[in-house]
Ligand binder design. Structure first.
Ligand code: ATP
Length: 796
């Protein structure tokens, strides 16, 4: 095969496989699955790949919405490795190919990092431009954002932000930037752009990729835990999510791009996996790449590569071997490097909210930091409850039928209320930057209680500050901040979960940063006016600048994000990478731990787990303890009222009988027993492997007819001389299926499922096969135990 042929084949395979993945989206599948996916258990022949395309039994992929079996996938990979190792001993070319195979994982990581980094940079640049478009336009080129426009300006002007080339809409339309009329004109244009961007975002999502909505993290967690949701990480989702993310962020809705960027990075990884057979054909291997991609997502969202790796480990991944850790590290590094090279913020800094505080923190301040932790925990718990209640209303009432109207209404409300308040008018990340700012270094900020003296040294550390107590600008700013806090808290509840890409990181951090800044300014005022109080004695001398409100904002942001997501280690690392504030680990740790404890007191689920449960995704939570005393016999199927266990016998059935069994049942696999009478277990066969093998045999193997015997043994049993040749299927049988006895406690069984990533486990009694337990059976049982509807588990 020539190089041209190879490239053609590769691209043909790439697109056809993608098409297969995209089927569901293209057929508007989201609605179908969320409304119970009648008939979509994947057992219809239409869902099967032509066996000729996939002739080797045992390598077939899974059906849509089914559970993967990690043990089987890993053993498939081991077999593949063995085969490559054997071949590589035979020739140099095979040796080189084996080297290429070993290297392919790293190459894939490199490609994922490059692609995700470039996309994130593009999203940043476009979002920045469209966000500024709500305020005005650059006369030298409409494609310049405000900063870029003024930076390009040749004229001199006093305020760096107010160059003549940048004109507000009022200036452009009415010719004046002052007065009530100009204000109203700017207000109207702000609402107009917000509505236009949000309308475009929701329409594109609805029309082309329904999976592109939301943050995507609950679904990615579910996929990484071993479920198949076709199209969720496909090319249409990637394209539409990238475009609509820019629009949604620019519309000014209370949402962030960080969670969706994790989804975007996972889409990149999934698409690139199709270039490598090793990853295309093995669901477990592909999940390793997706785990690394989640790290890449956070790396490019915040410029926090290490935090990204830890986020993937702590929050989204299910199976995270050391190799995945190193690969995530490498991919996050490449992505961060790509982003840094493109430099979308134009400031040569990778971090989003660089801080440099003038004063160190004091031990006494741990008290207020813990208070912020308590606030973060309370807010997190309340937010989760309120948001889930709102999402449930959306699901169960007619509101859910009008997503476009809902998005437009929320966008209009947000723009209407946000514009008059300068803190809510600015974008979420600008607001957080402003709140993290250090007063002594930024004397123009209204949020500082006193003005910095002109003779302050460069660092502004510890010298006498101008004796200017809090004045009217500060009080106005505080009022505005308090209103912004209430607004953000309420609007985020109804925004998260709408049918547009929406992340929670920035809104949560904004709520915490506002609360933190308010507390910080309060403490600053106390220290200023009451420096003789016991708590300030010894470390805060009169007139000294000992409190840093920006630090309080930073701690508050971490606490609120921790309360909502229950992240701890990764959150602290993200926060110090995000801000460059390595010295503030202890305050950040104290606040995040407190917020987790407080939020956990109201329910152990973080926002992502709560959404997983709300949507009924089949996710076996690794953090949750199984606290009931049930036994395997209580959970296994069949129940008394169910039809008997459908089994195959090792050499007693004909091809016709096996085909009838497969056609009349919908199970994903069948245990193989010695005989119907003895019910002694021999192995387990997957439905799909069985179908592919029989189909292949009928097409290719001479003499296989319905009356042929299906034989799972390795020794030839005696056959009548005129009987058709048997169909030997031992090769597709799993000879070591996992079994437990009927009296095995369920907590042990659940542990086995979690740790090994099992799909099913067989139940025996005195060596006789009694029943089967699948992962979904366990989930249904857990739902029942928690007094929830077991049928709420989707995809069953
Ligand atoms: P998934 O869709 O992820 O494969 P599932 O639980 O739906 O998971 P199925 O194999 O379709 O998997 O099983 C559906 C139900 O039937 C489960 O409750 C399972 O315990 C039961 N079951 C599975 N195999 C058999 C069988 N051979 N005979 C009888 N019942 C079975």
């Amino acid at each position: 095969m020539g190089l041209g042929d190879l490239v053609r084949k590769m691209s043909w395979e790439f697109w056809t496989k993608q098409l297969d993945e995209e089927e569901l989206v293209e057929s508007g599948g989201y609605e179908e699955y969320s409304s119970g996916r009648a008939g979509m258990n994947g057992n219809g022949p239409s869902r099967l790949v032509d066996p000729l395309d996939d002739p080797v039994p045992g390598v077939g992929t899974y059906e849509d919405f089914n559970t993967i079996d990690w043990v089987r996938e890993k053993s498939k990979d081991r077999d593949r490795h063995r085969e490559i190792a054997n071949k590589s001993r035979q020739s140099t070319v095979a040796q080189l190919l084996s080297l290429g195979d070993a290297f392919s994982g790293w190459l894939l990581m490199l490609l994922v990092g490059l692609m995700a980094g470039a996309l994130a940079a593009g999203i940043d640049i476009a979002a920045h431009w469209l966000t500024d478009m709500k305020d005005g336009v650059c006369l030298t080129g409409f494609w310049f954002n405000h900063e870029h426009c003024c930076w390009m300006s040749n004229e001199t002007f006093e305020d760096r932000d107010r160059c003549p080339e940048w004109q507000s809409w009022a200036e452009l339309i009415t010719g004046t930037s002052q007065g009530a009329f100009a204000y109203i004109m700017n207000y109207l244009m702000y609402i107009f752009w917000a509505l236009l961007f949000s309308l475009l975002a929701v329409t594109l999502v609805r029309a082309f990729a329904p999976y592109a909505c939301g943050s995507g993290i609950p679904e990615i967690k579910t996929i990484l835990s071993g479920f198949i949701i076709r199209g969720y990480l496909g090319k249409w989702t990637l394209i539409i999510k990238t475009i609509t993310l820019v629009l949604a962020v620019s519309s000014g809705l209370s949402l962030g791009k960080e969670g969706p960027l994790v989804h975007v990075a996972c889409c990149c990884a999934n698409i690139l996996c199709h270039l490598f057979t090793k990853y295309r054909k093995n669901e477990a291997k592909r999940r390793e790449v997706l785990s690394a991609a989640a790290a890449v997502g956070v790396s490019v969202a915040f410029g926090a590569p290490i935090g990204g790796v830890l986020f993937s480990l702590e929050e989204v991944s299910y199976y995270f071997p050391l190799k995945t850790l190193w690969r995530s590290f490498f991919a996050a590094l490449v992505a961060a490097f790509t982003l840094r090279s493109i430099n979308p913020f134009g400031n040569s800094r990778l971090v989003l909210f660089y801080v440099e505080f003038h004063a160190p923190w004091h031990l006494v301040e741990l008290g207020p930091f813990i208070l912020l932790g308590i606030f973060g925990g309370l807010w997190g718990a309340m937010f989760i409850r309120a948001n889930i209640a709102w999402c449930r209303i959306r699901k169960t009432t007619r509101l859910g039928h009008y997503p476009v109207i809902e998005v437009l209404a929320v966008a209009a409300l947000t723009a209407l209320l946000a514009f008059p308040n300068s803190y809510t008018r600015m974008s979420g990340s600008e607001l957080i930057s402003e709140l993290f700012n250090d007063c002594s270094l930024l004397d123009s900020s209204q949020l500082c209680g006193y003005k910095q003296p002109t003779n302050t040294s460069e660092t502004g550390v510890g010298n006498s500050l101008a004796d200017r107590p809090a004045g009217a600008p500060l009080y106005t700013a505080l009022w505005q901040l308090a209103l912004a806090l209430i607004f953000k808290m309420l609007i985020t509840v109804i925004t998260f979960g709408m049918k547009v890409p929406s992340g929670l990181f920035i809104p949560s951090m904004a709520v915490g940063a506002i609360a933190g800044r308010l507390l910080g300014v309060g403490m600053e005022q106390l220290a200023y006016y009451h420096h003789d109080w016991l708590i300030f004695k010894g470390w805060c001398s009169p007139g000294a600048d000992c409190i840093t409100p920006g630090l309080y904002a930073m701690v508050g942001a971490a606490a609120c994000l921790g309360g909502a997501t229950r992240m701890t280690v990764s959150l602290v690392v993200i926060m110090f990478e995000l801000t460059g504030g390595l010295e503030y680990i202890v305050p950040l740790m104290a606040a995040t731990m407190t917020s987790k404890w407080v939020a956990d007191a109201f329910g152990r689920e973080g926002i992502y787990e709560a959404h997983i449960r709300l949507n009924g995704y089949p996710f076996l939570e690794p953090k949750e303890e199984f606290e009931h005393s049930s036994l395997a016999v209580d959970v296994m199927r069949p129940r008394r009222s169910d039809p008997a266990l459908a089994v195959l016998t090792q050499d007693g059935m004909t091809v016709g009988e096996v085909e009838t069994l497969v056609e009349t049942t919908h199970y994903s696999g069948f245990p193989v027993v010695i005989s119907q009478e003895s019910q002694r277990l021999v192995g387990f066969v997957f439905r799909r492997d069985l179908l592919i093998s029989i189909d292949n045999a009928r097409k290719r193997q001479e003499g296989v007819v319905s009356a042929s015997k299906v034989v799972f043994t390795d020794h030839a049993s005696s056959q009548p001389p005129d009987a058709p040749p048997p169909l030997r299927l031992r090769g597709i049988m799993d000879l070591s299926p996992f079994t437990v006895t009927d009296l095995t406690p369920m907590d042990i069984t659940v542990d086995i499922f979690r740790k090994l990533g099992l799909r099913q486990c067989l139940v025996t009694h005195n060596g006789r096969l009694l029943g089967i337990i699948t992962k979904k059976d366990i989930l249904k049982h857990m739902a029942q135990m928690a007094n929830r509807d077991p049928d709420s588990i989707l995809f069953n």
